[in-house]
Design a protein around this ligand. Structure first.
Ligand SMILES: Cc1ncc(COP(=O)(O)O)c(C=O)c1O
Length: 282
């Protein structure tokens, strides 16, 4: 059966994207990828807060929550059957302008919302852990953009293009100084004894919504980590808002077990958010 076409609305209307949109021309905008669980946006507040933070940092007027909520309701009222898990993608661009970088200050921001199928479930990843590699690409540092989920994702695109082996689920990215920051589409956590550590994202990287949940755990803190610290970790996992926690089974030659700390955190996440209460979470 052909895959059903994704539903999309632009400014509330089914429409094509104007070719002078600055998101398309310059990556001048932001996005959020939200898990919809039985039609409910998971971590909705955190996603909208990050979007609002990004919009403030870029000087784009963000629509308020009600506007996004209405878009979501309109998409869910559409013809597509409600699946248990779906993805809601929000894009906010600076809107249209003439050629050149100078923004048209009178232009209205443009919002795009899309309802997409969820990525294929991988219970084996949760059970056995994933295989990671080190990416050769180094992340550039730009404190004004660090932490935001802006539309410029060429670094992640190039890093993800470094491998085709389907057995490798993700790649770790380092800063110019060699310090690990995150995976291409997930944040990184290290378990060291009773401590749960994640690299800061104040120079580059994305302040993930799932990372935010985990940083609220009593054992968790931000900490600069070098490659050695990652390789010597007791346990390692990645996280993002679509898949939750993904234990790491191997990074290069180093093999990790899906240890008790990661299992406990997966159980805590499942208890806090039913979307992550997978049957084989424990
Ligand atoms: C570069 C990058 N870092 C981190 C994350 C994790 O963010 P979140 O937990 O908000 O999904 C993502 C998600 O796609 C990402 O693309």
């Amino acid at each position: 059966m052909p895959e059903p076409a994704a539903l999309a609305l632009i400014d509330g209307q089914p429409a094509a994207l104007p070719l002078d949109d600055r998101g398309l021309a310059y990556g001048d905008g932001l996005f959020e990828t939200v898990l919809l669980f039985r039609g409910r946006p998971v971590w909705w507040d955190a996603h909208l807060e990050r979007l609002a933070r990004g919009a403030a940092a870029l000087g784009i007027a963000a629509p308020d929550r009600r506007v996004w909520q209405d878009d979501l309701a309109a998409l869910l009222a559409g013809p597509a059957p409600l699946a248990e898990r779906q993805v809601l993608k929000l894009i906010l661009t600076r809107g249209s302008s003439g050629r050149g970088y100078a923004p048209d200050r009178s232009a209205a921001a443009r919002r795009i919302v899309q309802l997409l199928p969820a990525p294929a479930d991988r219970p084996d990843w949760r059970r056995d852990g994933i295989v990671l590699r080190w990416c050769a690409l180094r992340l550039a540092e730009q404190p004004r953009l660090a932490g935001l989920k802006h539309l410029n994702r060429l670094e992640q695109v190039l890093a993800r293009a470094e491998w085709d082996d389907p057995a490798i689920a993700e790649g770790l990215l380092c800063r110019q100084d060699g310090q690990p920051v995150s995976a291409t589409a997930a944040n990184l956590f290290v378990v060291a004894g009773r401590r749960l550590l994640t690299p800061p994202v104040d120079r580059c990287g994305v302040a993930g919504v799932c990372r935010r949940f985990l940083l609220a755990q009593p054992e968790a803190s931000e900490c600069e980590l070098d490659r050695q610290a990652v390789l010597q970790a007791d346990e390692l996992f990645l996280c993002n808002s679509l898949r939750g926690i993904l234990p790491v089974a191997r990074l290069g030659e180093r093999v990790f077990s899906r240890g008790p700390f990661t299992r406990a955190l997966m159980a805590r996440l499942a208890a806090a958010e039913p979307a992550f209460a997978f049957e084989c979470a424990g």
